[in-house]
Design a protein around this ligand. Structure first.
Ligand SMILES: Nc1ncnc2c1ncn2[C@@H]1O[C@H](COP(=O)(O)OP(=O)(O)OP(=O)(O)O)[C@@H](O)[C@H]1O
Length: 279
C-alpha cells in the first residue's frame, strides 16, 4: 500500500495489492458522439407529465440556440415521437444508429423509431429494457449535442436504477403532480438520486391548477399542493408549476409540441444554461 493512501481506489492509479474493486457499471458514449450535459427527467409514478416536461425543456433550450436532444428511455410508454409528430424510422450504418431530427432540429431516439408498428406493445422484461436504453447511449451517434434530456422510465425500480448506473447523468429534474402520494414518491426519487450520487436540479409540479378562461380564476383540480413543504423537507427548489392546459394535450396529440408557447419552464432553463457555463 502507498504511504499516501487515502483509501480512494477509484481515483488512484497505484499498482497495489490492497486495491478495493470499485463497481462501475457506467457505459461509454459512442466514440463519434459528443454530448456536453445530460439531464434526466424522472417521476415517481407514470402519467404525471414527465414526457411533456422533457419535450418542453428540449424545445425551450433549442429555441435559445443550443443543440438539444432527447433520449426516450421510457421504453414501455414511448410518447416523445408522437408529441413531435415524428413518423419516420431511425436509420443506421456500419458506424451506428442515427437519431431522427425533429422539425426544429432536436435529435430524438426512441424505441418507437425502431419498431415496425408504433402501436406494437413492448412486452419486455426489465434487463432487456435497460439494455435497450444502454444501446441508445452506446450505439447511437449523437453529434454535437449541448444538452441531452432523458425521459426516464417511470418509478424508482430496477430499470431506472440500471439506466442511472449506465449513463453519466449530470442532474435530474423530478416531475410531480399535486396528489397525496407525492411526498412518498418524491422521497423515493430523492433517495435514488442520492444513492447514485446525482445532483437534483429541482422539482417541477405539473397539472398544478387550471386557469378558467371564462373568469381567469385558478382552480386546483387535484387539490391543494404540498410541493413547497416537500421541497423544504428535502432541501430542494420548486422550479416551476405548470397548469392543466387543454392546448398542451392538443399540441402533444397533434405532434406539434414545438409550436406550443408557454414560459413556465423558464426558471429551469436558466439553471440548465448555467450548467453549460460551469462545464
Ligand atoms: N399540464 C398538462 N395539461 C394538459 N395535458 C397534459 C398536461 N401534462 C400532461 N398532459 C397530457 O397527459 C398525458 C400524459 O403526459 P405524459 O406522457 O407527459 O406523462 P408521463 O409522466 O410521461 O407518462 P408515462 O410515465 O406514463 O409515460 C399526455 O397526453 C399529455 O399530453
Amino acid at each position: 500500500m502507498s504511504e499516501n493512501c487515502n483509501e480512494s481506489c477509484s481515483s488512484c492509479g497505484e499498482e497495489c495489492d490492497e486495491r478495493k474493486e470499485v463497481m462501475d457499471f457506467s457505459e461509454k458514449l459512442h466514440e463519434l458522439s459528443s454530448v456536453k450535459k445530460v439531464i434526466g427527467v424522472v417521476s415517481g409514478k407514470g402519467g404525471v407529465g414527465k414526457s411533456l416536461v422533457t419535450s418542453m425543456l428540449a424545445v425551450a433550450i433549442n429555441r435559445m440556440g443550443y443543440r438539444s436532444a432527447i433520449l426516450d428511455a421510457d421504453v414501455t410508454g414511448p410518447s416523445i415521437p408522437k408529441a413531435f409528430g415524428i413518423k419516420g424510422k431511425a436509420t443506421g450504418s456500419e458506424f451506428g444508429l442515427y437519431p431522427i431530427k425533429s422539425k426544429t432540429g432536436i435529435d430524438i431516439m426512441s424505441i418507437n423509431l425502431l419498431l415496425e408498428n408504433d402501436s406494437d406493445p413492448v412486452l419486455w422484461r426489465g434487463p432487456i429494457i435497460a439494455g435497450t436504453v444502454k444501446q441508445f447511449w452506446t450505439d447511437v451517434i449523437w453529434s454535437d449535442v449541448d444538452f441531452m434530456f432523458i425521459d426516464m422510465p417511470p418509478g424508482t425500480g430496477d430499470v431506472p436504477l440500471t439506466v442511472f448506473q449506465s449513463i453519466a447523468v449530470d442532474g435530474i429534474i423530478i416531475v410531480t403532480s399535486p396528489q397525496e402520494l407525492v411526498s412518498m414518491i418524491v422521497s423515493k426519487a430523492v433517495r435514488m438520486a442520492e444513492m447514485m450520487n446525482i445532483p437534483i436540479i429541482g422539482l417541477v409540479e405539473n397539472m398544478s391548477y387550471f386557469k378558467c378562461p371564462d373568469n381567469n380564476k385558478d382552480y386546483k383540480i387535484f387539490g391543494d399542493s404540498h410541493i413547497e413543504e416537500i421541497a423544504e423537507k428535502h432541501n430542494l427548489k420548486v422550479l416551476a408549476k405548470l397548469p392543466i392546459d387543454p392546448k398542451i394535450s392538443a399540441a402533444c396529440d397533434k405532434g406539434m409540441i414545438e409550436l406550443y408557447d408557454g414560459n413556465w419552464l423558464e426558471p429551469v432553463v436558466e439553471i440548465i444554461e448555467k450548467m453549460e457555463e460551469i462545464k
